[in-house]
Design a protein around this ligand. Structure first.
Ligand code: GDP
Ligand code: MN
Length: 379
């Protein structure tokens, strides 16, 4: 789950990190009122799930209320990398002396947490990594040990931050690590972390991705779930409790189990096709779930064929077959369906499907031959 900047700052503030006072608003009038309460100068900042807002004209300094009105009017409705701005964050403007970068994320290859700190902040870290890799100080933190103050201090010294920024940065990084781990985040990034003209270290931007699977531990994360921007296909699938990711190909994919769904996308690619989506219907492939899955895929105009790939373990082949037959009665499907059915009770399932087979419903023996057929039908 991606958080808006202002949600990220509220999240950081809960862990004691210094952020600017501000208000989230949805209109020019609300922006003006918020700036009136906060007192100018303020920053007018687009809230979208995308970085590089500054460059795109989505972050503006407003010295007075007239400027707030002007900037809010310009930024609302702006298209930033395909995201239309509907919400603004109005915050007290800071006086910046220097801009740094700080983040924690999971280093999957090292199987541990990775912290990155750089005195070159305010620009994208990918750019720093290419142009000046030595300017990024890295620390790998074993989750069992956690981030000790001594290790954190060492890390900050390696980053060669100026003397005035050291203590404040250590304090923020220790809190950022706690927010990252206890908050079940996949990624936390502060860019820029600033040193103010008054000599304080302060959080000026917040990028936070939370692990949606941890929601049961954090009931308040429901609020973030509600502001996720999903494409229409994903929203429909999510409403039915399906694990769905929209892709840009033409073969709709339905599989039981995330591993099989991923392999199905791979095998479609392998035989020269492109999957329109990833869709895992999970263990219980009953008629309700199958109907919902077929409906979601059928509503995607780029889908030209549908590949249902089921390997029955706990899921029984005959139940899956009944589900497919029943859902085809409920949903009018526009594309031909290719089925591969294997595993528990697959024989019974195939027998049930036999009378339904034709041009629009094809049964194949193997995953590979089914993928070939689906790709062929998508042409
Ligand atoms: P991003 O472009 O999406 O990463 O948005 P940021 O929140 O990082 O803002 C972009 C840039 O705007 C920052 O790197 C700063 O240089 C500048 N900026 C943001 N907030 C302030 C502020 O309070 N005062 C000043 N002077 N500049 C700011
Ligand atoms: Mn930023």
């Amino acid at each position: 789950m991606d958080l808006f900047e202002h949600q990220g700052k509220e999240f950081f503030a809960q862990y004691g990190m210094p952020v600017s006072a501000g208000e989230a608003v949805f209109s020019v009038d609300e922006a003006v009122a918020a700036a009136g309460r906060l007192g100018t100068p303020v920053m007018v900042k687009a809230q979208v799930h995308a970085g590089g807002r500054g460059k795109a004209g989505g972050v503006k300094f407003a010295a007075d209320i007239d400027a707030v009105r002007e900037h809010a009017g310009n930024i609302l409705g702006l298209d930033i990398k395909g995201h239309i701005v509907k919400r603004l964050w109005i915050e007290e403007a800071s006086d910046i002396a220097e801009e740094y970068y700080a983040s924690f994320t999971l280093d999957r290859s090292a199987k541990t947490h990775l912290g990155m700190l750089s005195k070159e902040g305010g620009i994208e870290i990918e750019t720093v990594a290419v142009e000046n890799p030595d300017a990024i100080a890295k620390i790998w933190v074993d989750p069992v040990d956690g981030l000790t103050e001594a290790a954190c201090r060492q890390w900050v010294l390696e980053a060669e931050l100026p003397e005035a920024a050291i203590e404040g940065t250590i304090d923020i990084l220790l809190k950022l690590y706690i927010a990252y781990t206890e908050g079940d985040a996949d990624m936390v990034e502060i860019n820029p972390l600033i040193l103010t003209s008054a000599g304080k270290v302060h959080v000026l931007d917040a990028k936070v991705t939370l692990d949606a699977n941890s929601e049961y531990r954090h009931p308040d994360y429901q609020q973030y779930d509600e502001t996720q921007v999903r494409d229409e296909r994903e929203a429909a699938a999510h409403a039915h409790g399906l694990q769905y990711v929209g892709l840009d190909g033409t073969v709709g994919v339905i599989a039981n189990g995330a591993g099989l769904a991923m392999s199905t996308v791979d095998v479609v690619n392998q035989v020269g096709g492109r999957a329109a989506n990833f869709l895992d219907i999970g263990g219980g492939a009953n008629a309700d779930l199958m109907s919902a899955a077929l409906q979601v895929i059928n509503n995607d105009p780029s889908v030209k064929s549908i590949f249902i790939n089921i390997f029955g373990g706990i899921t029984r082949g005959d139940v899956v077959a009944e589900g497919i037959i029943e859902s085809m009665k409920r949903v009018k499907i526009d594309s031909p369906i290719v089925i591969r059915l294997d595993g528990t009770n697959a024989e019974d399932g195939r027998r049930l499907l036999e009378p339904e087979l034709g041009d629009d419903l094809v049964l194949e023996d193997t995953m590979l031959s089914a993928a070939r057929r689906a790709v062929e039908l998508a042409k």
